[in-house]
Design a protein. Structure first.
Length: 167
């Protein structure tokens, strides 16, 4: 067993060697969106590695494609669904962003300022910056998000079917 610390929590979480970082995050009962179901196709399980980057598996080819799309990308960024815990002493934090899962979720926030950046659930780009007022016209501009989410979900399902048929 290896220990992982999620910055918002004081106590380390124990995970099996070769467990994905996402398992440690979920063990802390943190919400971590995974639009692609943990296949490394989106950027919604983005974390920052504060300590112990050398105790994680190397960056995967999928991460190399997804990480540059992130609005909050830093040199210590990883995808929690791809990074595997190989040793003790890993400490991570979750970026302070809100993922938009449908344009309609913003309707109740019209007229208010975004408390944190609101980012696209598939590619992680900022849709509404922190401090900006959420307007009805901006929500209408974001209608494409719903289509993007549906497309991502269907892609994930086809990947699932292909991986099962290859076995």
């Amino acid at each position: 067993m290896k220990s992982v610390v999620v910055a918002a929590h004081q106590d380390p979480v124990s995970v099996s060697t070769n467990s994905r970082v996402v398992e440690a995050v979920l063990a802390c009962q943190e919400k971590l969106p995974m639009a692609c179901g943990g296949k490394g196709l989106c950027a919604t399980c983005h974390v920052h590695v504060l300590e112990g980057a050398d105790k994680l598996s190397p960056i995967t080819p999928r991460e190399k494609l997804a990480l540059p799309m992130l609005a909050e990308q830093q040199p210590n960024s990883r995808l929690a669904c791809q990074a595997k815990v190989l040793g003790d002493g890993v400490k991570i934090s979750l970026p302070r962003v809100a993922y938009l899962d449908a344009s309609s979720t913003l309707e109740r926030l019209i007229g208010r300022r975004a408390e944190m950046p609101i980012v696209h659930p598939v590619h992680g780009r900022v849709l509404i910056a922190a401090g900006k007022i959420i307007t009805r016209s901006r929500i209408q501009e974001l209608a494409f998000v719903d289509v993007d989410i549906q497309e991502m979900q269907s892609r994930c399902q086809s990947i699932e079917k292909n991986s099962y048929s290859e076995r």
